[in-house]
Design a protein around this ligand. Structure first.
Ligand code: ZN
Ligand code: ZN
Length: 85
């Protein structure tokens, strides 16, 4: 487990699925695409629509391309298609 990034700030959160632990899959709120109080990620930084995120559950760090403005994050499916439910 990585330590939390020093830039991690609970005041800056993004609702993006974590590609590592996928903890949203067991959550009805997340699966409806709504903002869940448990399954958010730290928004460490962003460049345009590319978000640099860290998951508070598993501390995985990754970049996420939203394809939207940085203030309009939303759920996206992982590249490569839809996983079976
Ligand atoms: Zn995670
Ligand atoms: Zn959730």
């Amino acid at each position: 487990m990585l330590p939390l990034d020093p830039q991690a700030d609970i005041g800056r959160r993004a609702w993006v699925t974590c590609p590592n632990c996928e903890d949203h899959l067991a959550c009805a709120t997340c699966r409806e695409g709504r903002r869940c109080t448990d399954h958010w990620r730290y928004l460490l930084s962003h460049t345009g629509s590319l978000l640099h995120l860290q998951c508070p559950s598993c501390t995985h760090v990754w970049d996420h391309e939203t394809g939207f403005g940085a203030t309009r994050t939303r759920w996206t499916r992982p590249a490569g298609g839809r996983r079976p439910e």
